[in-house]
Design a binder for this molecule. Structure first.
Ligand code: PLP
Length: 364
């Protein structure tokens, strides 16, 4: 059997009729930039998430930049975040000329360890930036309480977690600003680059809308230094076709994760989702000690795997200037050696999951 990791081809085949109609409508109107589908999608995203404002943009990376621009992040501001994430989280902080301040993660959820935050707060700290890694929100109660106590802002990097919940709120409706990515392989993906910023704050929303169009408040009048950060209308049209199916996809992802956990928890370290949260299962990630041979055996049996992420950010060459060294964040370093993500998409059949589970058991 050959298993597909994200199965984007099958996804397109399932929704082809609606997607094709929506794309054709944009082509017929030729409203490629900021067409009405953008605004229609934003209203639909607001309804889905419960956030007062959903502002679409060009990627999950640009969503983070727009969030920090709206907050007026300045050079040398310090932003506390996790080193165990995709590069964009800290890269965008550095692009703002601010300083990423890393702290270690919880071994169970792989998310930032909120109990370590207060020790690194200084008078330069401006923002706490948790990442909802693999689709599960971090410990937002503790993080928000610390932010309130120290008068800090919270930006959630929700690139992987669109539709996840924390105490029954979506994580797009938490923090001061939350972001997501519509990269094709994300739980809700478009067919190119795309992202969104969410907030309940009127002022932030107003600023983000200007920032994504070169800081302009009226055509060719630029109040701020902004960016070309719009979502394409065609991508909005694709997302509009896909969004109605997304609640069922989340249920199906949940089911796939449960199958995996039931089949594997006696032989492998399976993921932990805290009781007050739900995950979008952007990744189903286990820990193994001999990762290379494990991945090779799976590959030989037609089961693709991926590593998210093999090197924590404090050890990346681009962040050497921050002065961190091996041993500074031992949990992040250890899990980076051990994590493996298994095929995860809502279209995996029971038979396929049983097959993957069988192959996994003989490969541990
Ligand atoms: C945690 C995290 N942050 C940010 C991003 C950036 O999103 P995009 O690829 O849409 O720019 C990603 C994408 O992989 C991500 O996983």
């Amino acid at each position: 059997m050959n298993i597909d990791f994200a199965n984007l081809q099958l996804q397109y085949q399932k929704y082809k009729t609606d997607i094709d109609i929506n794309i054709q409508a944009v082509l017929n109107k030729s409203n490629y930039i900021m067409g009405e589908e953008i605004y229609e999608l934003e209203r639909a995203l607001e309804e889905f998430t419960g956030a007062k404002y959903a502002i679409t943009c060009s990627s999950g990376t640009d969503a983070l930049l727009l969030a920090m621009m709206a907050m007026g992040v300045q050079p040398d501001d310090e932003i506390i975040t996790t080193p165990f994430t995709f590069i964009a989280t800290a890269e965008t902080i550095a692009l703002m000329k601010a300083k990423p301040v890393f702290i270690d993660i919880e071994p169970a959820t792989f998310n930032i360890d909120a109990n370590l935050i207060e020790a690194v707060i200084t008078d330069k700290t401006k923002v706490i930036m948790p990442v909802s890694l693999y689709g599960q929100p971090a410990d937002m109660d503790t993080i928000q309480a610390i932010a309130d106590k120290h008068n800090l802002k919270v930006i959630i990097d929700g690139a992987q977690s669109f539709g996840s919940t924390y105490n029954d709120k979506t994580d797009s409706n938490l923090g001061d600003i939350s972001t997501t990515s519509f990269f094709p392989a994300k739980p809700l993906g478009c067919y190119g680059d795309g992202g969104a910023v969410f907030t309940n704050n009127d002022e932030y929303a107003r600023t983000i809308k200007m920032m994504r169009v070169h800081g302009q408040n009226k055509r060719y009048h630029h109040k701020y230094i902004g960016m070309g950060g719009r979502l394409d209308t065609i991508q909005a049209a694709i997302l509009l076709a896909k969004l109605p199916h997304y609640p069922q996809e989340l249920v199906d992802r949940q089911q796939v994760a449960k199958y995996y956990t039931d089949a594997l928890s006696d032989s492998l370290q399976t993921p932990v989702v805290k009781s007050n949260r739900s995950s979008t299962w952007a990744q189903y990630t286990v820990r193994v000690s001999s990762r290379d041979s494990f991945q090779a055996k799976l590959k030989d049996n037609g089961v693709p795997t991926a590593v998210h992420y093999p090197m924590p950010l404090h050890l990346q060459e681009c962040f050497q200037y921050l002065g961190f060294k091996q041993g500074d964040f031992p949990i992040s370093e250890q899990v980076a050696q051990e994590v493996v993500s298994l095929p995860m998409n809502p279209f995996l059949t029971g038979e396929e999951i049983q097959y993957v589970a069988r192959v996994l058991k003989i490969s541990v």
